[in-house]
Structure formats: structure tokens, C-alpha cells
Design a protein around this ligand. Structure first.
Ligand code: SF4
Length: 362
């Protein structure tokens, strides 16, 4: 197939859904790890095509959703400092911190700018040598290489006015946490295609073996996801727990070796707090000491914060596949995209936003 509409062909979609129905002899709970996959599943009503026993639950793969509340508050504090230009991808601006968001900081006079890549932020730093330019480096393994490259380049150019507020998280430790939970319901994973484009899929072998759970790396188009679901159901029905690759047009076993190299050069693995979920061991990336001069947390040396999540928001349970957005009492009432209580209602990859946009009637 060459064109995107070929990945949305209704006849093939129905044939794949029919294959799932013919294969499944019992109910199965499957999780799509990535928020981009959640939005495709919702937008195209793929859950409605499947037999009733196949339940899809949503995973933690929404970087905006898992960025800790404290870090949003720190971002707002840094943005409000004199002589600072704070840069970020657009969807981070609307994510609520404990009292406010970056949009409000901008309205109050802070120099907060939307950029489309960390290299845009680097250019702002180059063009404004007397301002301290900070980039909000958020995301999973997918965005880590570009962010690493920006920091590496800043050091190479001696751009001492550029720093990054890092909130990078890693997928496999979160999948492990889900599988280790006594409340876990997930029996098979649609693996995160974009993350695997960078990292390959060898790191899922251990999870599949240890927890006897199948993982199929999936793409982001409707047929990608239906094929991944069909592959998962076949494995489950046959009692297999293997790592398979549906998204072979982008992903191979080893991943992008060059991207992994720059990540390793600039970042090191650390424990990381996930919004709502709490600390997960070895689940994040921080800048290595050699790059301390570009680490916003060290440059601005702000006192640590400890803040409480809104009690009403059950986003952690949504991100762990234990609840659906509609199970939240605030969904569509006190929490909407215009009045979000939690990050999953804001992000373009958030499960609550997907339900609000495509399943508001539930
Ligand atoms: S609907 Fe809003 S309050 Fe409820 S879990 Fe989602 S983001 Fe949190």
C-alpha cells in the first residue's frame, strides 16, 4: 500500500474485524499503549466493529498526560522569572498545574512561546543571546533523540543561554507496572509504533516471556490497528506470548541505532514520577552531568514542590487500563476540553479527550 486512504479501506477493515470474530472463542482485554492509537480507535469506531468480547483499554502512552503536576508548576515558575523565554509544544500550554497553566502565565506577561521542535528553541536562544531560553522537553523515547540533539548542539555552539526542562519517560517500565498490578486486566498489548521506530522491539521480549503476555507492535491507521488486534487475538487463542511486528513499514527489531546513540550520549536513565501514578523505578531520562549547564532544573535551582492531584481525577486508573474515561464522575461535566481537570482531557493524545470528541454520547 502506498497512500494513506488505503490504510482506511472499509472492506479490508470489515474483513479483518470478521477474522477477529471468527478467531475469538472467549473474551480478551487488549491495551493500546499509545495515545495516538487511542485516538484512531475512537475516531474510526474500531471498538464497535469488533465482537463484544474484545475489550480495548487505553494505555499510558500520552506524554502530556504523564508529565507530573510538580513539573508543570516548575515550568510556570521558570516562565515567570525575569529575562526568561519559555518554549514548548502547544499542547503543554493548556495542561493544568496545581493552580494555573502556561497559557495563564503568558496572559500574565511571561514570555511563553509555542515551538514546533527543540531546534526552533535553539534558534531563539541563538538570536537572543541576552535572554535565558528554556525548552520543555517532554515525551517518550520518540522525542528523546531530537531533544538530545538540541542539547548536544547547544553545548557544541557554547549556547549557555539555552536549557531544557526535561520530563522524558520510558514505555517498558510502565508496561511492567501495569502487568505487576494485582488489578491488572490487560492480556495483550498493541505496542507503541512510534516509540519502536526509535527503540526497535527487542526490549519487549523480556516482558512477553516473564508475564506470558503477547505484544504486537502496531501502527496508527485503522487497518494497522485492526491487523494488530487480529494478530493479538490469534496469539491469545493459540496460547502464544510472542513479540510480533505489525508496523514493519517503520519498525525493525533493532530500531534506529543512531538515534539511540545520541540519546545515550546526552541522557541517562533515572527514576521518574508519572502524573497520578507516582514514581516508577528507572522509567525516565535525565541529562547527564556533562550537560548540567543546559539542565533547567539545575540552572534555575528551584526549590522542590510537592502538590496534590485533584481528588476527582481518576486519570491514573485510565492510563493503567483499569477504568474508562466515562467511569470518571467529572467526565463531560466538570471536566471538558475547555475546563480540564486532568491532562488526559487536554492532550491531543489523551484518552479522555478522545472519548469526549468521539464518544460524548456514552
Ligand atoms: S475526565 Fe477529566 S477528571 Fe476525569 S479522569 Fe479524565 S482528565 Fe481526569
Amino acid at each position: 500500500m502506498r497512500y494513506v486512504d488505503e490504510y482506511r479501506d472499509p472492506q479490508i477493515a470489515h474483513a479483518l474485524a470478521g477474522k477477529v470474530a471468527a478467531t475469538a472463542t472467549k473474551p480478551w482485554v487488549l491495551m493500546e499503549v499509545c495515545g495516538g492509537q487511542t485516538h484512531t480507535l475512537m475516531r474510526y469506531g474500531i471498538g464497535d466493529l469488533l465482537p463484544p468480547g474484545i475489550e480495548l483499554v487505553h494505555g499510558p502512552g500520552c506524554p502530556v498526560c504523564v508529565t507530573p503536576l510538580e513539573l508543570i508548576d516548575q515550568a510556570i515558575r521558570i516562565a515567570g522569572l525575569p529575562n526568561v523565554t519559555f518554549t514548548s509544544y502547544g499542547d503543554m500550554l493548556r495542561v493544568p498545574g496545581s493552580h494555573s497553566d502556561l497559557f495563564a502565565a503568558r496572559a500574565n506577561g511571561a514570555d511563553v512561546r509555542v515551538v514546533y521542535s527543540p531546534m526552533d528553541a535553539l534558534k531563539i536562544a541563538r538570536d537572543n543571546p541576552h535572554r535565558k531560553v528554556v525548552f520543555f522537553g517532554v515525551g517518550f523515547e520518540t522525542t528523546a533523540p531530537a531533544n538530545a540533539m538540541a542539547v548536544w548542539q547547544a553545548r557544541r555552539e557554547g549556547l549557555t543561554n539555552f536549557s531544557m526542562l526535561v520530563s522524558h519517560v520510558l514505555v517498558p517500565p510502565a508496561m511492567r507496572l501495569i502487568l505487576e498490578s494485582p488489578a491488572n486486566r490487560v492480556q495483550g498489548f498493541i505496542g507503541p509504533g512510534h516509540v519502536c521506530t526509535i527503540m526497535g522491539f527487542r526490549e519487549y521480549d523480556e516482558l512477553a516471556r516473564e508475564f506470558h503476555v503477547p505484544v504486537v507492535v502496531g501502527g496508527f491507521e485503522p487497518l494497522d490497528l485492526l491487523e494488530a488486534i487480529s494478530m493479538l487475538v490469534s496469539q491469545l487463542e493459540e496460547g502464544r506470548a510472542e513479540v510480533e511486528n505489525q508496523y514493519s513499514r517503520s519498525v525493525d527489531y533493532q530500531g534506529n541505532i543512531g538515534a539511540q546513540k545520541i540519546m545515550r550520549e546526552v541522557f541517562t536513565v533515572s527514576d521518574r514520577k508519572w502524573r497520578g501514578i507516582g514514581e516508577i523505578a528507572a522509567s525516565g531520562l535525565v541529562l547527564r552531568d556533562e550537560f548540567a549547564a543546559h539542565d533547567a532544573e539545575r540552572v534555575f535551582n528551584l526549590a522542590p514542590l510537592s502538590v496534590k492531584e485533584p481528588a476527582e481525577c481518576i486519570s491514573a486508573l485510565v492510563l493503567l487500563g483499569q477504568k474508562k474515561p466515562a467511569d470518571c464522575a467529572a467526565f463531560g461535566k466538570r471536566c471538558t476540553p475547555m475546563t480540564p481537570l486532568g491532562a488526559p482531557m487536554v492532550s491531543a493524545e489523551g484518552a479522555c479527550a478522545a472519548w469526549y470528541q468521539y464518544k460524548r454520547h456514552v
